[in-house]
Design a protein around this ligand. Structure first.
Ligand code: SPV
Ligand code: MG
Length: 542
């Protein structure tokens, strides 16, 4: 339903309905999320939000600009507190057209003189507008609206100005004749008596609206009984924000720290949620055309690295420095420089020593008994879109990552084809492939057939070593996730590693394509690897 029709339905529902004040896009969204069917764009709150007085110090175009944010942020109708209409009948016409442009459902105008002041500041001394002049404004507004459902609410200030009930009724009647869609009867008394009496005498000639700011202690049942159509809770969000901001500001000023305030305020992710950050991420996926938007990295770093005793006494392998920078920082920098900013590290041993800057740290509680796949399962939530999966003790040249991201294949594994007899260090993950490395061929189509420690498999010699770097996306990533889930329920899962997962994927018909390399990487398993790593980092080796 369009917003104008929603407001009209609210005024004419036959029940007592409620709308709450908002003064910004954010507060408007909060009103809608709280379940309200409409928003009161309060003049007092809007001006207070800008630290100016409720005396038309905010120009009406500034009001309209603020309303645009509120309207864009919500799908429920906004009734603007339009003060006196900001001028004469002519201004009123222009205001109505501009409000319709911003999808505002209605405006309430009060029968005071421009520039007005708030009714609760010496309200009794404020002069009222001539009835005929005010009726002209209502008529001009009604004639200016292009949507027949747009509502003009006429606010009667006669009670506040001290003119009495008869004058209030006389004015309300004239305003109704002039075309008003509803009457707002305002009062500054602490009891609702005069408002209820007005309502009784008004006899439901048109929808009646009230603002019980001053007679706030009246039970809502009383309004229902008098069949008030719309109750405006006119200023509680701006007041709530003042209290919350003052308390938080004082606490931070006093403690010179954030520690005592963190739990008392909304989280930063709550801000993102209210801003609709998720929608933008989704839109980025659809529209940005950038390749790496979805690419994330998952680094397995739960193990201590048993061959590195004293170096890993109080930190996991990833936190070992190489040429002045930890292995993890090197990996993170490399990923970031390739546009991969969503990096998850699965820690375990001494996870608290992992520098969590710029990464999501997930801890595998079973790291001691569990193998690599128990760690991978902990990061299952991060296995979305396109994922680079690797061991946390890897150093490699940047082009390897660049190619890994660039290649088309859904599932891609990096295999080093340097002959084993020339290899220093780890020869664990031997790769048996559908064809040997033909270095004369670019993007040669080869698949892994098996990964294992054994020096021969089905009578074949290995074609190289899988370096512990894998990239998965699309259907292959789905199959990987399903396979991981299946393996979780099987005996032996606890002890399984990434090569077991690869072998299982091959059995499922999802063999990784091979990206052959020739050196240019290393992993860190023994103390002597560290000297090589320093050289590697300085570009002297590999
Ligand atoms: C407002 O919210 O700005 C109003 C209602 O006009 S009151 O402040 O009660 O007059
Ligand atoms: Mg006001």
């Amino acid at each position: 339903m369009k917003k104008t029709s929603q407001l009209r339905a609210l005024l004419n529902s036959g029940d007592t309905e409620f709308i709450l004040e908002a003064h910004s896009g954010l507060s408007a969204r909060i009103v809608e999320e709280a379940g309200f069917k409409g928003i009161w764009a309060s003049g007092l709150a809007l001006s207070a939000q800008h630290a100016v007085r409720d005396n038309n110090e905010l120009s009406w175009t500034q009001v309209v600009d603020a309303l645009e944010f509120m309207s864009d942020a919500t799908s429920i109708p906004i009734l603007l507190d339009g003060d006196t209409g900001y001028g004469d009948f002519n201004t009123m016409r222009r205001v109505v057209r501009k409000l319709e442009d911003r999808d505002i459902a209605g405006v309430c105008i009060e029968d005071k003189l421009f520039p007005k002041s708030n009714s609760f500041i010496r309200g009794e001394r404020q002069p009222l507008e001539e009835i005929s002049t005010f009726c002209g404004k209502i008529k001009a507004g009604k004639d200016a609206q292009s949507d027949g459902e747009f509502c003009i609410v006429a606010r009667v200030e006669a009670l506040i100005a001290g003119w009495g009930l008869d004058e209030a009724l006389r004015r309300a009647d004239a305003y109704l004749q002039a075309g008003a869609d509803a009457i707002l009867i305002h009062s500054k008394q602490s009891q609702p008596d005069e408002v209820l009496e007005f309502a009784r005498l008004w006899e439901r000639r048109c929808p009646l609206v009230i603002v019980p700011t001053k007679y706030y202690s009246t039970p809502t049942e009383v309004f229902r009984k008098q069949r008030i159509d719309l109750v405006i809770w006119a200023n509680h969000l701006v007041r709530a924000s003042i209290t919350a901001m003052k308390e938080t500001a004082a606490r931070i000023a006093q403690t010179q720290s954030l520690i005592d305030s963190e739990d008392a305020v909304a989280t930063v992710s709550e801000i993102f949620r209210l801003q609709g950050a998720d929608e933008l991420l989704e839109a980025e996926r659809r529209y940005s055309g950038r390749q790496n938007v979805d690419t994330s990295a998952v680094i397995l770093a739960a193990s201590r690295g048993s061959g590195l005793d004293s170096l890993t006494r109080d930190r996991p392998k990833v936190m070992i420095p190489v040429a002045g920078k930890t292995v993890l920082r090197r990996l993170v920098d490399k990923f970031k420089s390739h546009g991969i900013n969503d990096i998850t590290v699965v820690g375990g041993y001494c996870a608290e020593a992992i520098d969590a800057g710029g990464i999501q740290l997930v801890v595998n509680p079973d790291w001691e008994q569990g193998g690599e796949l128990t760690s991978l399962a902990c990061a299952a939530g991060a296995l979305q879109g396109e994922v680079v999966l690797l061991y946390g003790d890897l150093l490699f040249r940047s082009y390897i990552l660049a190619n890994l991201i660039d290649w088309e294949a859904d599932l891609l594994a990096v295999v080093d084809s340097v002959p084993l007899e020339e290899v220093e260090g780890n020869t664990n993950d031997l790769a048996y492939c559908s064809a040997p490395d033909d270095r004369a061929m670019y993007q040669q189509k080869v698949w892994i057939e098996h990964v294992g420690k054994e020096a021969g498999w089905q009578g074949k010699a290995p074609n190289g070593r899988w370096i512990g770097l894998l990239r998965a996306k699309g259907e292959s990533l789905n199959i990987l996730l399903k396979t991981l889930e299946k393996m979780k329920g099987e005996p032996g899962f606890e002890a399984s590693g990434l090569p077991d997962l690869i072998n299982r994927l091959i059995k499922e018909g999802c063999a990784p394509q091979v990206q052959y390399i020739n050196g240019h990487w290393m992993d860190i398993n023994r103390p002597e690897d560290l000297l090589r790593a320093d050289d590697f980092a300085h570009g002297h080796a590999g």
